[in-house]
Design a protein around this ligand. Sequence first.
Ligand code: FES
Length: 327
Amino acid sequence: GRARFVPVVLPTAKAVEARYPLTLNTGRVRDHWHTMTRTAKSARLSAHLAEPFAEIHPADALRTGVSHADLVRVESATGHIVVRALITLRQVRGAVFVPMHWTDQVAANARVGTLIPAVTDPHSGQPASKRTPVRIQRVALADYGFAVLRTRPTCIDADYWVVAKCPGGWRVELGGLRNADDVAAYARALFRSGDDALLLSYRDGVVGLRRVAAFDDMGLVGALFVGPTPVAVSRVWAVEQLSADMDQPGARLRVLAGRAGGGQPDRGAIVCACFGVGQNEIVNAIVNGECRSVAEVGACLKAGTNCGSCRAEIKGILDATRLQAAE
Ligand code: FES
């Protein structure tokens, strides 16, 4: 078809630049479409990035005291959201990227539209969603949690939460748990487990770890891990426990321990959603000398050989791993 270019005069944002020194860009991630009304139903698509995030340049993170995996408040003149910090050289200095997909259906407070002023282009009606002045601030909460559960929770009592579909159920990231002094009761309400479920719990009063897992005849009903810092349990491994045989010796205690027994490797965060290949598997193949290119990673692990949308990330892992090895 034919089109017509229309010159655009950008509104100046100088008045708020001192208070809001960063420029927010919004956009998409490879796995989701618009507000996730369909893609959030896919465990496979949700495996790659299960949380909303803010991509921040390392220099901006250092200046604002934000570390990787912190929760970060992104604030503009019109509102604020709280998302996970992702510190990366992919981002340019002075700018922040936040994806547009997460809504109140799946997260406590991550609608990026909250930050965008209600100013639209007079010709197209398009909002100015690519250059909003914002500031960022680390969010410190009393506790953090991660849970896997068979049934989607109906009510999550926490300042920060994000729920995502996973094989066998749901996974939930938590922060600022409310009314969680009795963590077993909190877990029961979150899992929606019946009174007949077997509850195992563990508490380390020195470092402040609390863990609860519930089991029934079908296996794991839910597992909740809570600590004073973001929980370091392998997400991929924890999700796999929802489909694992809990009658195997030691299986239930391993859930409570939060790690695979017998030296089983952690696959790491899923990079290739098509074939369920994790970051650690790719790094190991590179370090072992089995793979020196994206094509060789594909030949070795199949990663990147279907839709191809993970190839850029595989290339990034290759470059970062080689750089680390050279240092
Ligand atoms: S995500 Fe489709 S090939 Fe990796």
